[in-house]
Design a binder for this molecule. Structure first.
Ligand code: PMV
Length: 331
């Protein structure tokens, strides 16, 4: 049996503007992961995909009508095609489970695809490096979600803090000091597709004004990179707040997100903002270690369905356990 995993992710700054060519910074959430195992099955049984959390079993081939089954089948097809392996005559039991909340802007779909692809590749004696895995996961995401920027698959596959610009080689970035993030779940599913479409409609109606907003976000993200490099957390928090103000202005925040963001700031967070597509999903708060408990409690009292704590390690994180030595983009 081979077992593999992939982390969740949070966008620290730059969502939405990243769709329009501006930079964004995302971090892996290593404490929440998706896991997949692949085991040889009885001859003639074919490939079976077992989604443990959902209590569902899907055939490896075919076209599922439900989104979860389609994601798993697409990921499987993608990795088999990449490795030049025919699904015919393959007898495999693939089991998937995930600790990452679904549809909360935490990269759950990308992580599940990445874990499944890694497990299947290893089972077949192949190793997928970060760059190759990222590309494969992106193809699956595109099939199911239209035109994602690619930030989810990149962060999940590289498992490092990433400076991301669409169409450019992702840059793992250095973080000078440990970051403590609290992630508050509004319990409202993130409506990323709807939010991206709404932003596009606004951009089409008022290009100049929206481009100026995206430029302002790009400036914030650039300054945040410098703050991360010098370990200036108060400045980073301030920039997160500025980013949130623009996101609210372009209409992708929500009452539930605002409530959690305000509660976190009032309880001492250095900065707080929505993370991901918005209109639901999760918010993130940057906290000093000494304020963690107070902010966590404030988020719970303000109605967070769950509060996830994540420590993003100092410096460049160790690569995910399956990064390929020969993958030049991973180094
Ligand atoms: O909701 P998520 O985590 O998939 O993030 C969406 C981020 C956007 O910038 C809004 C869209 C994208 O594809 O980058």
């Amino acid at each position: 049996m081979t077992v593999a995993s992939a982390p969740g992710k949070a966008i620290l700054l730059g969502e939405h503007a990243v769709v329009y060519g501006r930079p964004a910074i995302a971090v892996p959430i290593c404490d929440r992961r998706a896991f997949a195992s692949a085991t040889s099955a009885r001859r003639g049984s074919g490939v079976v995909l077992q989604a443990v959390d959902l209590g569902r079993r899907y055939p490896g081939d075919g076209n599922c009508v439900d989104d979860d089954g389609r994601l798993l089948q697409a990921a499987l097809r993608g990795v088999l095609y990449e490795l030049g392996v025919s699904g015919e005559g393959l007898d495999l039991e693939i089991t998937i489970r995930s600790e990452i909340p679904i549809a909360r802007g935490m990269g759950s779909g990308a992580a599940v695809s990445a874990a499944l692809m890694r497990a299947v590749a290893q089972h077949l004696g192949a190793e997928l490096g970060a760059e190759r895995l990222s590309r494969l996961v992106f193809q699956t995401e595109r099939l199911l979600h239209g035109t994602p920027s690619g930030i989810d698959n990149t962060t999940v596959a590289y498992e490092q803090p990433i400076w991301f610009v669409t169409g450019q080689r992702p840059e793992p970035i250095r973080i000078e000091t440990g970051l403590t993030l609290l992630i508050g779940d509004t319990s409202v599913p993130a409506r990323t597709h709807e939010a991206v479409d709404m932003v596009r409609a606004r951009w089409q109606a008022a290009r100049g004004a929206m481009e100026a907003q995206f430029d302002a976000i790009a400036d914030i993200v650039t300054r945040a990179r410098a703050a991360l490099a010098t370990g200036n957390l108060p400045e980073l928090g301030h920039l997160m707040n500025q980013n949130q103000a623009i996101l609210a202005d372009i209409g992708v925040s929500s009452g539930a997100l605002n409530r959690l963001i305000v509660a976190a700031r009032e309880a001492g967070a250095l900065g707080a903002k929505l993370s991901g597509g918005g209109m639901g999903g999760c918010m993130i708060a940057l906290v000093r270690e000494s304020d963690r408990a107070a902010v966590q409690q404030a988020l719970q009292q303000a109605g967070a369905a769950e509060v996830i704590t994540s420590d993003v390690s100092r410096g460049i994180l160790v690569m995910g356990e399956h990064a390929e030595q020969g993958d030049e983009h991973a180094r």
